[in-house]
Design a protein around this ligand. Structure first.
Ligand code: TXA
Ligand code: MG
Length: 330
């Protein structure tokens, strides 16, 4: 039985109790809903992997209430401190060398000597972290390989009965996951574009490297494996017209005619488009299947600012789904 908790003081206190007792709670963040567990408890972390059907080589992000705590778990340097000052709390995840006495479960780190850290800004996430008093491991609260949830109802669609509770904080304002930046190597490297733009990061620490697309062989960030964030119908990217058997995911003021369409932003606003992306993919997928359509055509999205994260997720949703790649997502 999965409890649906209101995001009020009583609901947050109940959710914190569940986390402290080794249970699983989905909670809202500014990006997407996370599936939280005590990151220092091996059994609690193992339950996350089981509930999501997530491969164990894919490590989890650890959520903490402030930068000071983050830098007790991971080793900071000038770049990480500058980025924390600029973007925390907020949608940026930093991969740092793990501190020697890092209490985060090795399972959550997938055995790596690094740890991914994030300080969320969503008030419900912050209240939960404060009440639990724990570093909370939290991947997106979807079945592995599915589209990330941006409402409590999306979480229940995937995980009802598998987790202890969902804290309902309404829709997530940003709508795509955090930016993952690896600071553990010789050069800052973007592992996943997300809520903080590359342009904004480079304004603080200068040029960063963009990790090449994974070929699935030896992933540095295992979540980069291609097929991911996928609806059930296939996607056709950069579509400028629509076939009779296709639904359309539109962007901008002049979409081509289509039997069924959702526009991410008529004004061509990338922030609005990111906030609507996952809900649009879910409802377009469901409605198109109901009507016997066989594919989703997707208009081009400019790959700048938040558009880079949107284009990345659409590219993965469109990637071929080999049995292996198709279930490697987070
Ligand atoms: O916005 C977000 O980041 C959301 C919310 C809930 O915070 N979380 C999220 O988690 O998207 P998840 O597990 O779906 O994606 C985490 C990504 C994966 O691509 C994973 O491989 C990468 O971060 N990651 C985690 N730890 C890592 C590490 N030590 N080294 C490299 N990549 C890591
Ligand atoms: Mg995920």
């Amino acid at each position: 039985m999965t409890r649906l908790l209101a995001a009020d003081p009583a609901g947050i206190a109940a959710a914190a109790d569940i986390l402290r007792g080794g249970g699983l709670v989905a909670f809202p963040t500014e990006t997407v809903y996370g599936l939280g567990a005590d990151s220092t408890d091996d059994r609690a972390v193992a339950r996350i992997f089981a509930a999501k059907g997530r491969p164990r080589f894919n490590p989890l992000i650890v959520h903490v209430s402030d930068a000071e705590l983050a830098f007790r778990l991971g080793r900071s340097d000038g770049s990480s401190r500058a980025l924390a000052a600029a973007f925390w709390p907020g949608p940026l995840t930093l991969v740092l060398p793990a501190a020697e006495d890092c209490p985060v479960s090795l399972l959550a780190r997938a055995g790596l000597d690094t740890v991914a850290l994030r300080v969320p800004v969503h008030p419900v996430a912050r209240a939960l972290l404060a009440a639990a008093g724990l570093p909370v491991a939290a991947p997106s609260a979807n079945r592995s390989g599915h589209v990330s949830p941006t409402t409590a109802a999306h979480v229940l669609d995937d995980l009802a009965g598998q987790i202890d509770a969902v804290l309902d904080g309404g829709p997530c304002p940003i709508g795509v996951e955090s930016t993952v930046l690896d600071l553990s190597g010789t050069r800052p490297t973007l592992l996943r574009p997300g809520g903080v733009t590359v342009e904004a990061i480079e304004a603080v620490i200068g040029p960063i490297a963009l990790a090449g697309r994974s070929d699935g062989s030896a992933p540095k960030s295992p979540g980069r494996l291609e097929s991911h964030y996928a609806p059930s119908l296939p996607l056709r990217l950069d579509a400028l017209d629509v076939a009779p058997d296709e639904a359309l995911l539109a962007f901008g003021p002049a979409p081509p005619p289509a039997p069924l369409a959702i526009n991410l932003s008529r004004e061509g606003d990338l922030t609005e488009a990111a906030a609507r992306l996952y809900a649009a993919l879910r409802s377009l997928d469901a409605e198109a299947r109901k009507r016997g359509l066989t594919r989703i055509a997707v208009m081009p999205i400019p790959p700048r600012g938040l558009g880079l994260a949107i284009a990345d997720r659409l590219h993965r949703a469109a990637a071929p789904r080999s049995p292996r790649a198709g279930r490697d997502g987070g």
